[in-house]
Design a protein around this ligand. Structure first.
Ligand code: BV8
Ligand code: ZN
Length: 243
């Protein structure tokens, strides 16, 4: 298989999913040690679930906040930082992960498509989301000091719209006309969640080259021109030729 060449003509969009954080010890969602198995997804990651039982939702996210607080980036995250340093503004990283590990590793051109575990916002007023590492293991629902309403994790739940600004940033990168060659690489994602799972089709409509790096075949593997089976922490550090 021809190598992934990153040169002065390459414009590279990367999409990561939970698999990229798995080797850092952050549990993935589906398959092996799926996270959702302890809770039905709609009970803990949907607005309906939060309305019905905000205390359970805060217990679930507190457990994940505590679990992700002291994990470290792995060689897969580090490889993406090197690619960004090499490509500059011809690089963009869209992540479905909410663990903040890409930023911790040094990535800067990052779109947190599904929000961030370490940011909190108010469910009942439009105040700015704020950085927050507080955990509520007993499930107390923290209150907004502005309106007295319920605080919630700044995460995009199922059934909620993604930030239009985020989607526009990804779309602009895909349709940019600057004479460079578009390449898309998805890593560690099961291709089950939309609209992230549809990015590969947007790239193909823009005639980009598409790569999937994943531990196993994903829901949309056949949409990719290249499929590299393996662990992202082992594949990403040696996959690309930087020229
Ligand atoms: C929306 C926050 C408008 C929660 C998350 C179109 C068609 C069908 C359904 C829909 C559609 N449009 C919208 C929907 C509904 C829904 C959806 O996609 N449902 C699916 C499940 C059918 N989408 C939405 O609701 C989105 N909102 O579109 O609004 C709308 C609304 C309703 C109807 C129409 C339009 C919002 C989606 C965001 C949901 N929030 N996260 C939280 O994190 O607490 S998604 C959640 O799943 C995580 O963010 C996670 O990142 C994401 C995706 O999972 P993956 O990252 O892929 O992780 P997963 O465990 O699944 O896979 C890991 C993979 O890695 C595996 O393949 C494994 O083999 C591999 N792997 C493991 N280890 C390694 C590895 N690979 C390499 N190396 C390793 N070491
Ligand atoms: Zn408020």
């Amino acid at each position: 298989m021809e190598p992934l060449v990153l040169d002065s003509k390459t414009r590279l969009l990367v999409l990561t999913g939970a698999g990229v954080s798995a080797e850092s010890g952050v549990p993935t969602f589906r398959g092996m040690d799926g996270l959702w198995e302890n809770h039905p997804v709609e009970a803990v990651a949907s607005p309906q679930g939060f309305e019905a039982n905000p205390s359970l939702v805060w217990r679930f996210y507190s457990q994940r906040r505590a679990g992700a607080a002291d994990v470290k980036p792995n060689p897969g995250h580090d490889a993406l930082v090197r690619w960004e340093e090499h490509l500059g503004d011809r690089f963009l990283l869209a992540t479905q992960n909410v663990d903040g590990l890409h930023t911790k590793a040094g990535s800067r051109r990052v779109v947190d498509m599904h929000g961030n575990l370490f940011r909190t916002k108010c469910a009942d007023c439009p105040r700015e989301p704020f950085a927050d590492t507080t955990v509520h293991p007993s499930g107390t629902v923290p209150r907004c000091d502005g309106c007295g309403g319920r605080l919630r994790p700044d995460i995009v739940w199922f059934g909620e719209m993604l930030d239009p600004g985020d989607l526009a940033r990804i779309g602009e990168f895909i349709t940019r006309k600057d004479g460079t060659r578009l390449v898309f690489l998805a890593a560690g994602t099961s291709g089950a969640v939309w609209p992230a799972a549809g990015i590969v089709d947007e790239v193909r409509s823009a005639r980009g080259d598409t790569w999937l790096v994943n531990y196993e075949s994903a829901a949309n593997t056949e949409r990719f021109h290249h499929f590299v089976q393996g662990l992202s922490g082992q594949v990403l550090p040696t996959l690309a030729k930087l020229v």
